[in-house]
Design a binder for this molecule. Structure first.
Ligand code: CAA
Length: 273
């Protein structure tokens, strides 16, 4: 199968003060290759560097926001490379996750996520890194199947989930690889449920509301407040991100995640939802 380029799978438009990113590969539930995550990081940088942009809005397509790291891509990276294991996973995992999480942590524009459906793994971590999350309905969930894939917390979830939800819920759901369902997410990560069936309609409704909400605002004030509210979390994310990826490297070097991703690819493993 010919792999689509990231630009075909992740689109963006600039609409006044909104930099709108759209994950657009619903066929595999918006699974993300390493290159896709890097491209997403580059788009954040593009938004960051545009002085007319105040809000970066993440949207998606289809029934999932994103099913996380693409297991076919990880298996191919593992099996088609002659690099020593350390080189392979420093580049495929450590550098990628460090860069993408850091891009989100340092992003100065207000990060808004239109959660049209479930999100998994690193993509769920990205939802938790956003400042404001709206959900399409109450069927959304975030799943961090790190323990069932032989991984550990990544994308700064060791910090974002305890801080935004609560310590004991985060322990239980992360350690036993259970989904954070809507009832757990509402009021902390999810601030409003739009109760809309169709994803495109939901994304349009959020953008229309946002345009209304900002009508009489002085937008530099919004960025000034984002900076103040985010400052302690940002520092904590930057600190923990580096520890997470380097701790996870040992797991990649032992090979357990690669074995489990291959089982996902071969449909020999599935997640409990
Ligand atoms: N990578 C590649 N393809 C994926 C995918 C993924 N992560 N998730 C789903 N797909 C594909 C499926 O293979 C399937 O393709 P085919 O129709 O060609 O068979 C299609 O998308 C639809 O998926 P399902 O038929 O499985 O749909 P479902 O509703 O029954 O299940 C699901 C949905 C629960 C998301 C299930 O697909 C699943 O568990 N996917 C894997 C999720 C996952 O573990 N992601 C990795 C997270 S870890 C991470 O992200 C960390 C990191 O950076 C290293």
């Amino acid at each position: 199968m010919v792999e689509l380029k990231s630009e075909d799978k992740i689109k963006y438009t600039i609409n006044g003060p909104f930099f709108v990113i759209k994950l657009d590969n619903p066929k595999n539930l918006n699974a993300m290759t390493r290159e896709d995550y890097l491209y997403l990081g580059q788009l954040l940088e593009k938004s960051e560097n545009n002085p007319d942009v105040y809000f970066t809005v993440l949207t998606s397509t289809g029934r999932f926001f994103s099913s996380g790291a693409d297991f076919a891509n990880i298996t191919a990276k593992n099996e088609n490379s002659n690099d020593p294991e350390l080189t392979k996973w420093l580049s495929n995992f450590v550098a990628t996750n460090l860069y993408v999480t850091d891009m989100f942590a340092r992003h100065s524009k207000v990060l808004i996520c239109c959660l049209n459906g479930p999100s998994i793994g690193m993509s769920a971590a990205i939802v938790a890194l956003c400042d404001i999350v709206y959900s399409k309905n109450d069927l959304v969930y975030l799943l961090f199947p790190f323990a069932s894939l032989g991984l550990i917390t990544e994308g700064a979830t060791s910090v974002t989930l305890p801080r935004k939800i609560n310590d004991n819920v985060a322990y239980e759901k992360l350690i036993f690889s259970q989904p954070f369902k809507y009832d757990v997410l509402k009021g902390n990560i999810i601030v409003k449920n739009y109760k809309i069936e169709d994803t495109d309609e939901f994304n349009s409704a959020v953008l229309k509301d946002l345009s209304e909400k900002i009508k009489y605002l002085h937008l530099p004030s919004c960025l000034g407040m984002k900076n103040l509210i985010h400052s302690s979390l940002r520092d904590e994310i930057i600190r923990v991100n580096s520890i997470e990826v380097n701790d996870a490297l040992k797991f990649w070097l032992q090979g357990e995640p690669q074995r489990r991703f291959k089982q996902l690819l071969l449909k020999e493993r599935s997640h409990k939802l």
